[in-house]
Write a new protein. Sequence first.
Length: 347
Amino acid sequence: MKLLVTGGCGFIGSAVVRLAIARGHAVINLDALTYAACPDNVAEVAEDPGYAFEHADIRDRVALDRIFEAHTPDAVMHLAAESHVDRSIDGPGTFIETNITGTYQLLEAARAFWVRHGKPEDFRFHHISTDEVFGTLGAEGQFTEDTRYDPRSPYSASKAASDHLVRAWNETYGLPVILSNCSNNYGPFHFPEKLVPVIILNALDEKPLPIYGDGSNVRDWLYVEDHADALLLVLEKGKLGRSYNIGGENERSNLELVRTICAILDEKRPRDEGSYADLIEFVADRPGHDARYAIDPERIREELGWRPSVTVEEGLARTVDWYLMNEGWWRALQDRDGVGARLGVRP
């Protein structure tokens, strides 16, 4: 297929681009190159004859129309989004503009292209979203595709709105769409403002390892390369109009996760004295911090035969190895806006 991937220089988007090219698909990478984007994420495929890059913003309808007509994609994989909860607390407007207005403009451009070309039956619009749209869980239970939406942050609210837009364009206009909602991703090329890279990089620099609150918040952790594999499978074999929850089947509290990373670093790059866990520091919690996320993966497992390939311990070991071997990549990002600063503290 020829895939139009939005946000393909970001963390998850670049994993999709690399895997799609490796599997013989052609890819048009549409990215606005905002603060979290990094062209080096796709450097290994940049010279591939099946790869093309378009520097554009998904809010720019004129640019979108030009790109659709120039490349005539078979499918859209929409990953471009503002995604950092802490930044959404400090500046929600950017999340509204990109995640909601941007998705609207992309849907309209895709619909116009689809109609102009005779509504081809094999066209697909795959919208990639998050489990955070479902809100928070107690100690028991899991999110299913039928869980009621209950977003608690500006980020998750903007993603919930984009999900609703995609479903509405399917119901009202017949645009052939598929949705997926994933759990927390981690792995290579993770921009250094999220929990896993923050812990790894702070540890390597002998800085405090910040954990919000008491570290009891639970997430389901999904290795990014497993996620990319699942996304391509959903695009190719998922049922139109349907959504699929994609999880790692690896629930861990934030404190457990950080202690696991510390143990891996203790083995791979020991400190002169003590454990990296000695650097753990509990800090003021994030406003509205959801207690627990957990995904029920039954639908994607039963309908498409997909399960994650690695445990969180295996995936974290791979991730630590990657950061140890790619210091040049992450050092170059340390001076970008907000990196290393505490964000999301406004009540």
